[in-house]
Design a binder for this molecule. Sequence first.
Ligand code: ADP
Length: 580
Amino acid sequence: MFNRSHPVTPATATGSQVGAAGSRSVSRLQGRSRAASNALQRGGRRLLHLWRSSLQLRGIVSTMLLGLIVVLLLGSYLYQRTADALVNDRILTARAEATSQTRAAQSRFDSAGRMDAVSLTQLAFDVVGQLSSPGADQSREVILTRARSNTGPASVPTVLSSEVGLPSVPTALRTAIDADPRRQQVQVISISPADGATVPAVIVGSRVTLPTSGPYELYFVFPLEREQQTLQVVARTFTVGGIALVLLLGAVAYVVTRLVVDPVRRAALVAERLSSGRLHERMRAHGEDDIAKLGKSFNAMADSLQKQIRQLEDLSRVQQRFVSDVSHELRTPLTTIRMAGDLIHESRADFDPSVARSAELLHNEIDRFESLLSDLLEISRFDAGAAALDVEATDLRATMGRAIESTAALAARRGVRLEVIPTDGPCVAEIDPRRVERILRNLVANAIEYGEERPVRLQLGVNETAVAVSVTDAGVGLRPGEAALVFNRFWRADPARARTSGGTGLGLAISREDARLHGGWLHAWGEPGVGSCFRLTLPRHRGVPMESSPLSLRPEQQGGPGAASGSATSQVAGSGAVQS
Ligand code: ADP
């Protein structure tokens, strides 16, 4: 039939066109086989994942497999026993039948007396016809043949009751009868009746003596057709029963694993919710069984955890409240002290030198006290979760400029040069300019403070997702491990070091909170005697996560001061990501 989907290539097609079409179909075939193997791999991976992740599936499949093995072993054992019993039973009845029929045949031959070959042959046919069962029930065949030891003239030929011929009689059986003519011999053989199918059969042979012709062998063949049919029914029953049993086992395993897995899943869900902060979540725990006990223990654990967390929260709230209250309470007397201190400070020229020096000291300490109080208030606002961002699209260059301006006086006092590495184009990001300026001011002030009067370098960077500022100095640096500590509250590398700029030990802790509020990172690197680098990275757009920082943290990668060995690096990441 003409097939429309396979157009015949036109006779005018050139060799290259045919080649191109061929290579196209080869590549299409390759593509299809690649897609098929990919789909197979995906399917395999999904199955593996399902197998690993589902306790229930593992339970059901394992139970069914074990059940199948037991059913197979038990089934084949029972089948074998049934087959053996049926065959043995048939052998017994066949023996008994053969004995009585052989006796009957012998007595007919004996009573016949001497007769000619034709009459004797006729008698043999009669006897065999009588011995083989009458009617359609072909349950017994008969073979009468001359014994191999009978070498006299063959007056009676081999007589058969059906197509089961002499070749079906095993030689071993004939030899056994020759060896012991008095004994009946039995064997199980295969015969091929008219329809061609091979059937097992029991063959029983014994010796008879024909008048004038001497010893003959009389064989009865009992086909095991009925037994075979019975065994087929048994096998079918076993197969159906086995499948039903395995399915039943699967169903039982499903129910049992559900009983166990469901509460475990619920427990996992509740545990997840608990860990996400929903402390009031509890498991259902009814009854007295093991699952109920698990639920009760789980709930008791959750209760105790909740209680402890609440206690800690209360304690922390009390502490935060205390710090906040103390800071607030101190503000009023501090204002008075400030006014009085300013008055004394302005009149210091009228005092004698030692009192004037005290007035100076008092003035400085009041400054420090004031900034400590405002830092404490700021920190307590973060702790109370009251800090909020006031976001606007801002060019970071302007923010950096303002931070430099406000630290310029300190830099001039300390004789430190501030170098800004120029950037091409704007660095606009959605940030809170007040907070970012405070971070930068603190980083620059620290770099001036700990920079050993060497130049401080500021660099700006921008990529698709982030903007960054790094402040690098070539000062005292940080010892290994200190880069992780600098962001801790009141941590100082050298607590005894005299601070001329009036640092509180809270500057970097506040900077960290500010960066975190933006969803940004504040990273530190330092090496003793080489210098330090603090890098602030902020997302360009609010809520859009950053992929990487546009600036490198290590000065050797920036082409700046310092070598790489034995350095301390740390990052404090608002989003928890680690980049350096
Ligand atoms: P403060 O500067 O008021 O002491 P910070 O939180 O700003 O508080 O800094 C904490 C500590 O981190 C400082 O005392 C100092 O030991 C260390 N540190 C900060 N910046 C640098 C820097 N650029 N180089 C070396 N050490 C620094």
